[in-house]
Design a protein around this ligand. Structure first.
Ligand code: CTP
Ligand code: CA
Length: 228
């Protein structure tokens, strides 16, 4: 069994993982979304449970069954995810933001379905969503509870992967940033992943292509080390 033989190094720890991709409503039937399947976040939740943690998984629009032993909170939008993450952080030791959170949402949600007319459609005006990961870094910096002791984020990049990742780690004030290169049959919707984990104040850790559980375990190794 894949999950057997793990250290119980997260026993007594409470961790929050976000997974999936948010949907931002345009009208009652349409949304702006993204390609996140939730597989990496679910792998993080399963492996954390296997290592003894108490896990809350904030899941946005995933077609996956609840992992055993995990408290699952289902959300749809970025605003709902922010509220659920802050709620779950009460008493938590670490957070891993694996979810793809929409940067923007429609500025106004149509109460009824937008109908075709003969004319050209109206543009969809967008407004910024809160950056949940950056906010957690700010809360910790300012000592504003609830905030976790260890903060990890993900970044999917297509260009200048490492330079963009380094800048993002600093900008968001997190401890760990898992940088995946998108493409080559990796990242979205696939069972495998490959990544470079950037570590604040440390050397980057390369995780070769392998099951998402393997990447998850390296993340928890680094989280456990920072909590110890
Ligand atoms: N994130 C978040 N809230 C947002 C956007 C992103 O918490 N509104 C988190 C994601 O969960 C991820 C990390 O921030 O852990 C990086 O997301 P990414 O989209 O790569 O970074 P951005 O800062 O949004 O930069 P950009 O999309 O412009 O590359
Ligand atoms: Ca983004």
């Amino acid at each position: 069994r894949v999950l057997a033989g793990r250290p119980a190094d997260l026993a007594g720890r409470r961790v929050v993982v976000s997974a999936g991709g948010t949907r931002e409503a345009i009208d009652p039937v349409r949304f702006i979304g993204n390609r996140s399947s939730g597989l990496q976040g679910y792998a993080l939740a399963r492996t954390a449970v296997a290592r003894g943690a108490e896990v809350t998984l904030v899941a946005a629009n995933v077609a996956l069954p609840d992992p055993a032993g995990v408290r699952v909170v289902r959300v749809e939008s970025a605003l709902q995810m922010r509220a659920a993450v802050l709620d779950a952080l009460e008493g938590a030791d670490a957070v891993v933001m694996a979810a793809a959170v929409a940067d923007f949402r429609p500025a106004a949600r149509n109460e009824s379905k937008i109908k075709k007319t003969g004319a050209e459609p109206d543009p969809v005006h967008l407004t910024k969503n809160p950056d949940i990961l950056a906010e957690l870094g700010e809360r910790r910096r300012d000592g504003l509870k609830p905030y976790p002791r260890v903060i990890a984020g993900f970044a999917a990049e297509t260009d200048d992967v490492l330079a963009n990742g380094r800048a993002k780690l600093a900008r968001k004030g997190c401890d760990l940033l898992v940088v995946n290169q998108v493409g080559d049959g990796l990242a979205f919707g696939t069972p495998d992943n490959a990544a470079t984990i950037l570590v604040a104040g440390g050397e980057p850790v390369e995780v070769p292509r392998g099951p998402k559980e393997e990447l998850a375990d390296v993340v928890w190794d680094l989280v456990a080390a920072r909590l110890a």
